[in-house]
Design a protein around this ligand. Structure first.
Ligand code: SF4
Length: 430
């Protein structure tokens, strides 16, 4: 008892000391965080801040930043995620601590490339501007005096030492690609889509990346391995069974240069592998937008990637014109692309092709796009079961966890990428 009471006193003393680090809710910190935190807290702080910045990006293109609706929505999000929501308000030590630590973690994750850096700075600037403008004039003065506004250049210099930490390196690398949406490893629509529906669905409900891959496959009867990975896992996510996937790819490939024997010996194995029926029996999950946008850019002859990120703007414009998108809509999409808001450009494409004013969700995943489209087109219901292919229903018979079983977990993402490297080895043929 004595020990625990002493420990409590010591803890209180330490917490008291740290409280002095955060005299204001609004921060412009000069010192990086120095306390020890668990990896779990490290990860959850980072994910929450990433969620917050995604909301800020969305609000920034939907509302005037000084408008009441912008402020109300941002304050709601700050409260929900337990960040300081009103500058220089009451004693909110835990929120201030989370604000400080999470900002520093994302600085580390997002200083690794110019693209990431710019995106991060833009969202943080918007957040800071909002918080600063909420201050009264005297509090602004007090804050400016406190921070003294002198600073040292870029976090990137800290990277070499931090990247040598084997625990943090994968977390940081994957944070900037990490996905904070729902988990599409649960294939509740398995067996509900017929192969005959795919052409029509690709026009109505596929995001542009998958529509482009489907068209390329139909035209050339082949896709290189980056395309097969991205499109094959997407199709699995919308509900294709293993037998359907084998039939779909085989039918198309044997119309090109691959004969049935070669398909069965090479490609069929890799498809079964992606369904967890071969090798490590990992049930692979579809790629998120962040993964598609940030990794493995397409080269000549490839059709994978995100068209909003990887297509030449002029080609993108022509493609949108051929899909009968009105000129004003194309201009809006291209403006978002110019500002590097690729997922928002995709959301705009959804609105234009579904004739809705507000998409009503924050897009993070091609399979989310498909699900939302189907819900909308069927009046809020899940895709209708069109046929009963009872023999085709796939059970997950592997003992391993699905690779993205926690979609918000960067450690899961790290594990996913390691395992995908194993899978990609089976897709070596072009
Ligand atoms: Fe596909 Fe996502 Fe790009 Fe849309 S934003 S085209 S869903 S990768």
């Amino acid at each position: 008892m004595e020990f625990s009471s002493r420990a409590r006193q010591r803890h209180a003393r330490l917490a008291g000391d740290r409280r002095e680090q955060y005299p204001h809710s609004l921060q412009f910190y000069l010192e990086p965080p120095t306390e020890s935190i668990s990896l779990v807290e490290f990860e959850s702080f980072a994910i929450d801040r990433l969620r917050l910045l995604k909301v800020i990006e969305n609000l920034g293109v939907s509302y005037v930043r000084s408008s009441d609706v912008y402020k109300v929505k941002l304050e709601t999000e700050l409260r929900k995620l337990k960040f300081p929501y009103r500058a220089l308000a009451e004693d909110d030590y835990e929120a201030r601590r989370k604000d400080h630590i999470s900002h520093f973690i994302l600085r580390l994750a997002y200083c690794q490339s110019e693209d990431l850096r710019r995106w991060f700075l833009q969202q943080e600037m918007d957040l800071f501007r909002y918080r600063f403008n909420e201050l009264t004039e005297s509090l602004m003065q007090k804050f400016l005096e406190h921070v003294n506004l002198s600073f040292e250049a870029l976090t990137a210099r800290s990277l070499p030492s931090i990247q040598s930490d084997e625990r943090l390196k994968p977390l940081l690398n994957h944070l900037s690609h990490s996905y904070v949406g729902p988990d599409y490893s649960i294939q509740k629509n398995t067996g509900k889509i017929s192969l005959e529906q795919i052409d029509a669905l690709s026009v109505k409900s596929f995001p542009l990346c998958m529509r482009q891959l489907h068209r390329a496959l139909r035209d050339s009867h082949h896709l290189r391995h980056g395309g097969r990975m991205q499109y094959g896992l997407f199709l699995k996510g919308i509900g294709l069974t293993l037998e359907q996937a084998l039939e779909f790819w085989k039918k198309e490939f044997i119309r090109g240069k691959v004969d049935a024997d070669k398909f069965d010996k090479g490609y069929a194995y890799s498809i079964r592998h992606s369904y967890g029926k071969e090798g490590k029996r990992t049930d692979y999950t579809p790629y998120s937008c962040m993964k598609i946008i940030m990794s493995n850019p397409p080269s000549q002859g490839d059709y994978h990637g995100c068209p909003f990120r990887h297509s030449d703007p002029e080609l993108l414009k022509q493609k949108l014109q051929s899909y009968k998108i009105p000129p004003s809509g194309i201009a809006q999409v291209l403006e978002l692309v110019k500002g590097m808001h690729y997922q928002l450009a995709c959301q705009k494409y959804f609105e234009l092709t579904h004739d809705v004013d507000d998409i009503g969700f924050s897009l993070n995943h091609p399979n989310q796009y498909f699900t939302e489209s189907q819900k909308l087109l069927s009046g809020g219901r899940e895709p209708k079961k069109e046929f009963n292919n009872s023999g085709n229903f796939q059970q997950k018979n592997n003992s391993q966890e699905s690779i993205n079983s926690s979609s918000t977990s960067t450690s899961s993402s790290a594990k996913a990428d390691t395992e995908l490297e194993g899978l990609e080895a089976y897709f070596t043929e072009d």
